[in-house]
Unconditional design. Structure first.
Length: 64
């Protein structure tokens, strides 16, 4: 399934929209952090990305 997330590292137009499965959420102290860090999680696919601890956030990914 294609998401609304645009992959800035795409090398071909057919790969611009990130393929994702499941649901991604971030728990953060401010909603602006949660919104931005959700994109980090989707693009990096790293639930322990250093940005999460930097902003005091936690990631949650639900796969189906």
């Amino acid at each position: 399934m294609h998401s609304h997330i645009i992959n800035p590292f795409a090398q071909h137009p057919s790969k611009v929209h990130k393929d994702v499965s499941g649901s991604f959420s971030i728990i953060a102290t401010k909603c602006v952090y949660a919104d931005a860090l959700t994109k980090v999680l989707v693009l990096s696919n790293d639930e322990h990305h250093p940005y999460f601890s930097h902003f005091g956030a936690q990631s949650l990914r639900i796969t189906i």
